[in-house]
Design a binder for this molecule. Structure first.
Ligand SMILES: CC1=C(CCC(=O)O)c2cc3nc(cc4[nH]c(cc5[nH]c(cc1n2)c(C)c5CCC(=O)O)c(CCC(=O)O)c4C)C(CCC(=O)O)=C3C
Ligand SMILES: [Fe+2]
Length: 311
């Protein structure tokens, strides 16, 4: 019996690959409105501070290879072809869907490289993919993983990385060290339409904390946009200030809303938050990103296979 071919559209944020690409990339994020010169220069400076450009695309590439390997080993009865489509850079989701259709893929699963669902994050990736399917006339049978924030292997691998971060704190401070689980902030208006994002962040935070038996944890938000409307808070910078006022000397941040080392992790946490913590006498340790860790990729592969089995 011949194997069934299943196309996997794995969707990531994307990042520019040259300094000249930062302007068109930023313009794309802003839905076609170019940024002010000052905003552009700020963004370029943040990329410079992490070494010039982001390692994101390269890490995404390794994740895609690893995901394909995990799928092949977990389900040898089907043939998986894993594609990459990006939200804000090439290959855009739309281009990749076109390619999948041209390659003769009829059965496909879309999955986003982000664990928690929001209409403004994962929902937009899915919308772009669905619009592309409509535009190109296929793949005909296209389904999507909505979220995988409680996938047990994801919780386990995150728990191991948080535990490793706690172990960098002196033993006598460890138990009382707060663990802050963070995700990208979004405009607070999402909660008015019952968006599940804040609840999913809370749920996976609780599951990870339970897995390591650590009672002192809460959630926080990072990387909020600089716009006048209110964004979900508290922001991690405010969390650090508040903890310092309470006399806290050590803090672990686990930015589990992201799956790779990139600007929001390498700058917003490792540079900006760490600098503030240092000024306030707090030892701040960040949990490592999943990147291409095998246990993490197995979690995403398992979430994809659960969707395949829903046929
Ligand atoms: C929910 C969410 C995730 C997590 C889920 C997911 O992963 O999808 C995420 C991830 C990422 N966001 C990234 C980059 C950026 N996001 C921006 C701006 C924005 N993000 C938003 C949301 C999210 N973003 C929003 C609501 C805006 C404001 C838009 C506006 O202004 O209308 C800007 C503009 C400048 C700034 O605001 O900082 C940049 C450069 C990178 C790549 C970093 C790299 O290159 O290493 C990654 C992984
Ligand atoms: Fe973003």
């Amino acid at each position: 019996m011949s194997k069934k071919v299943i196309g996997i559209l794995s969707m990531a944020y994307g990042t520019p690959t040259a300094v000249e690409e930062i302007l068109p990339y930023y313009t794309h994020i802003r839905r076609g409105r170019p940024p002010e010169e000052q905003q552009l220069n700020d963004l370029i400076a943040r990329y410079e501070a992490i070494g010039g450009l982001s390692p994101l695309n390269e890490i995404t590439g390794r994740q895609v290879v690893g995901l394909a390997m995990q799928l092949a080993s977990l389900d040898p009865d089907n043939e998986y072809r894993v594609y990459i489509g990006m939200k804000h850079w090439h290959p855009y989701i739309e281009e990749t869907v076109k390619q999948m259709h041209a390659d003769g893929i009829t059965d496909a699963i879309g999955v986003v490289w982000a664990p928690h669902y929001s209409s403004m994050s994962v929902g937009t990736y899915i919308k772009y993919a669905q619009e592309a399917v409509e535009k190109w006339g296929g793949p005909a049978n296209f389904k999507f993983v909505q979220d995988w924030h409680l996938q047990p292997l994801f919780i386990e691998s995150t728990a191991r990385r948080v535990q490793a971060a706690l172990e960098q704190i002196p033993a006598e401070l460890r138990e009382q060290t707060p663990v802050v689980f963070t995700a990208h902030s979004l405009p607070a208006r999402i909660t008015q339409s019952g968006d599940p994002y804040p609840q999913q962040i809370e749920e996976s935070g609780r599951a990870v904390a339970e897995a390591i038996g650590h009672g002192n944890w809460f959630t926080g938000w990072q990387s909020a946009g600089r716009t006048p409307e209110p964004w979900l808070g508290p922001d991690i910078l405010d969390v650090i200030k508040e903890q310092a006022e309470r006399g806290v000397k050590s803090l672990v941040i686990c930015p589990f809303g992201f799956v790779s080392d990139h600007l929001e992790v390498l700058y917003d946490v490792d540079i900006e938050a760490k600098q503030l913590a240092e000024e306030l006498g707090i030892q701040l340790v960040r949990a490592a990103s999943p990147n291409d860790e095998a246990a993490f990729l197995r979690a995403v592969a398992t979430a994809v296979l659960e969707q395949v089995e829903k046929d």
